[in-house]
Design a protein around this ligand. Sequence first.
Ligand SMILES: NC(=O)c1ccc[n+]([C@@H]2O[C@H](COP(=O)([O-])OP(=O)(O)OC[C@H]3O[C@@H](n4cnc5c(N)ncnc54)[C@H](OP(=O)(O)O)[C@@H]3O)[C@@H](O)[C@H]2O)c1
Length: 322
Amino acid sequence: MAGSLREPKADSASPPVPTVAVTGGTGFIGRVLIRRLLQERRGVRALVRPASLASRFEAPGLSWIQGDMSCTDSLRRLVEGASAVIHCAGSVRGAGEADFFPANVSGVEKIVKAAGESPECSRFLLVSSLAARSPELSDYASSKRRGEEVLRSAARELDWTILRPPAVYGPGDREMLPLLQWIRRGLVFVPGGGDARFSLIFVEDLAEAVLSWLMSGAGGGCCFEVHDGKTGGYSWEEVRKIAGDLFQRPIHRMDIPRGVLETAAHVNAAAARVIGYRPMLTPGKVRELCHADWVCDNANFSSATRWSPRFGLREGLLRTLG
Ligand SMILES: NC(=O)c1ccc[n+]([C@@H]2O[C@H](COP(=O)([O-])OP(=O)(O)OC[C@H]3O[C@@H](n4cnc5c(N)ncnc54)[C@H](OP(=O)(O)O)[C@@H]3O)[C@@H](O)[C@H]2O)c1
């Protein structure tokens, strides 16, 4: 398949809905987001990298544009005629800036420019990360913060919004699934063995949050945090109790000393450089995992959009692990 695939067919019985341009639609979050937009009968035009054509899915109202975040021409075609852009693509694993910055920083610059040049496009949502709050921790975190800064300075005529989710989980997630599966088997691994607190969000609630942003017209140069409604976040002890109650079995806590994680991360990063893959566990990721405070606050986003989350950790685990 080259170029774009089928545009959505207008339903003669209902007024045409403006198309939304989406990046990251072959990924964990973007896939759920696109399905939710389509359920609301939104036309969706999504970006797919040539190497990921097999990950794309077909649905009425959905069309794909081939290209990546470095390809200005593809980004122009992606946003052309769209009323809003939801930029969800991002590089989430890697050994250094070179793995994160092209997608998470230069990519933002390019798509903001394309959106700004498209007369129909007035709104832009950047799916950033709570990690952007602490850019000193890792190359991933600093790339997400730099991406936000690029948006703030380049958006000009666009009505832009930044959304900072905490850790996102749900069916289809590759990163957190092994940890959740271990919890069901009765072991909760605690990175660094500390008493961190963290917010979480179930992927369907995040998709609903993005839809609320789209429908409400909220934003206007704001940066919002979103979580699953657990004020003050979770401790590992609370996770252990919730899972124990859900799976009706004892869940044991296993502390992984920070030194062990750091050693594993250094070995993994070195192997990645030699063999040539993008590692998830790196020294930067260890600093993120051992960070004491990943708690965020829903209040501003909820009052701006009237969104409220539906799935707490118990329900989310049930839906993720079945
Ligand atoms: N998952 C979380 O816990 C979490 C938490 C906070 C924020 N976020 C943010 O949410 C977004 C989506 O994350 P995810 O968990 O869904 O990650 P994911 O499953 O790895 O999906 C990433 C998506 O971005 C695309 N992408 C990556 N680099 C690209 C490039 N250079 N050009 C075009 N597309 C590119 C990927 O395309 P391919 O399929 O071709 O690889 C994929 O569609 C990211 O921006 C991430 O920073 C995630």
